[in-house]
Design a protein around this ligand. Sequence first.
Ligand code: DAH
Length: 338
Amino acid sequence: MEDIELLNEATQEAEAAEDSRALYEVKMKFLGRTGKVTALLKGMKELAAEARPAFGKKVNALREALEEKFAAIEERLKKRELERKLEGEQIDVTMPGRHTKAGALHPVTRVKDRLIDLFSGMGFEVFEGPEIENDYYNFTALNTPADHPARDMQDTFYLTEEFLLRTQTSAGQIRVMEQKKPPIKILSPGRVFRSDDDATHSPMFHQMEGLVVDKGITLCDLQGMLDEFARTMFAETTKTRLRPSYFPFTEPSVEVDVSCTACGGKGCALCKGTGWIEVLGAGMVNRRVLENCGVDPDVYSGFAFGMGIERIAMLKYGINNIKLLTENDVRFLEQFKD
Ligand code: DAH
């Protein structure tokens, strides 16, 4: 009698199982090591010896019947689970797709690459100097000895008496002239550092230096190259003008203006009504600088120029605060994709 009751009980519970996990629990409850059917078999030793074979046969039949039942139910449950899983994984082709935003080059990188492109087209090679410089390369060799008032033009981060964070990529001019004999035509891009901080100045910014040394180089060569630079970087109609200025490492020295990038020269708020905007410093390499590098100034002459890359980017793209270039706000940066 016991076996019929157990069969009914187990069948009922198995039928009620919601999923294969629950069915497994039922299976263990009856057929597991401590299960009810197993317990019947274990209890067999208490029976009289002659009653055991018949009892054993009955329990084994019960076990087989249960195993068959469980297997059938399990198959049904597995099938249902698979169906549910497939239903859940159906792809809704009408759902809107997920967009991955494409990155964009930083405006400073764009301008730097553009400049390298432009000048390498004119035969310039790129040379990169170190960001930690010594006093000699950054100042002294550039005709700016320790007591020179022009040192005050650049608020310098000194690391030690001798070492500093370079304030200008002009230091690269010396390094190149020490390594290479003329003709020289190099471009030296990189980070520079000054203790300055306002809407148009940042303690770290980028410069692009240019140096040409050869026989018979004149200011006209500089002017011609600058015209090409201004037309390529800004607009085909952009004009340049040279204003006398002073840098210890050039003689004569000039400040280079371009016709205003906003009004084209008529006069506006950006150019403060003058029609011109200052973009870089330049000049003919000072004889003393050539001499410092073992280049004979009676045989060779050269011109040099240095520009702030952020400044060019701000003019080109109409950016009014230099901080925007370092804040990494994606809404700002993603606008430069042209
Ligand atoms: N180094 C100068 C500065 O940082 C810029 C400069 C002016 C570079 C004249 C030059 C140059 O090569 O000839 O203000």
